[in-house]
Design a protein around this ligand. Structure first.
Ligand code: DX5
Ligand code: ZN
Length: 227
């Protein structure tokens, strides 16, 4: 995990061509992105099923990129050890899991991984406040989780700003990540509100060259920093 608030771009495996996950992983490896975002869906927490630890294990040897593992799962406790063995570097769970969140945070950390906490669009941002000093990453979902290719929800921008203000007032160091409908344009909107870590699936994988898409997104974000 990069401790400062430098920009991190994380292409999402969910948008890759699943016929050739290996080649797609190498493409991401060479793209200039710092992280690889891995969406794990159980068909219960979200109405979709994606891929499991075995897929992560198979692509792990292909890259040293940070494996940012987003568990959209109702019982993540049974998945933590399989994913740490598969090579996950961080595990993000959802605040919507309620009483499970605190024990999960400590279990993830005890397994030596970085800890992320995600909040869905309908959920009040106040719900994440008690956990902020215990996490490395706060993920503000900018779509309802479950599928790639959805439209960005601009009403999430004030939530990003709020978390950014809390991070500053409490002098905390967690990353602020956004995920869902992130393009070069919406990434800049989120950056202006305080996000520093950008998951992008369909936008980046639709570019003629993923590497160019990452470079242009980064350039646009750097321009925001100079404004
Ligand atoms: C949605 C996932 C996102 C998704 C992003 O449930 O958490 O990571 O893959 O895909 P795009 O960038 O296409 O919205
Ligand atoms: Zn995700």
């Amino acid at each position: 995990m990069v401790p400062d608030n430098s920009i991190v771009i994380a292409p999402s495996l969910l948008a890759a061509d699943s016929v050739k996950f290996g080649a797609e992983t190498l493409k991401v490896h060479r793209s200039g992105a710092e992280w690889f975002h891995l969406d794990i869906m159980d068909g219960v927490f979200v109405p979709n099923i994606s891929f499991g630890p075995d897929v992560i294990k198979s692509i792990r040897p292909l890259t040293n990129l940070f494996f940012d593992t987003h568990l959209m799962c109702s019982n993540p406790e049974i998945l933590l050890e399989p994913f740490v063995r598969a090579g996950a570097d961080s595990i993000t769970i959802h605040v919507e899991l309620g009483d499970k969140v605190t024990p999960l945070i400590w279990r993830i950390r005890s397994l030596g991984m970085k800890v992320g906490l995600a909040v869905n669009p309908p959920t009040s941002i106040e719900q994440v406040k008690p956990y902020l000093k215990h996490i490395d990453l706060l993920l503000v979902m900018t779509v309802n989780p479950g599928f790639g290719g959805q439209s960005f929800i601009p009403e999430m921008l004030p939530k990003i700003q709020k978390v950014h203000d809390w991070r500053k007032s409490e002098n905390l160091g967690f990353r602020i990540q956004v995920d869902g409908g992130i393009t070069q344009h919406t990434a800049c909107d989120c950056h202006r509100s305080g996000a520093d870590t950008f998951v992008s699936g369909s936008y980046l994988f639709k570019q003629p060259r993923l590497k160019t898409g990452v470079r242009k997104m980064r350039q646009a974000l750097n321009v925001v920093d100079q404004q």
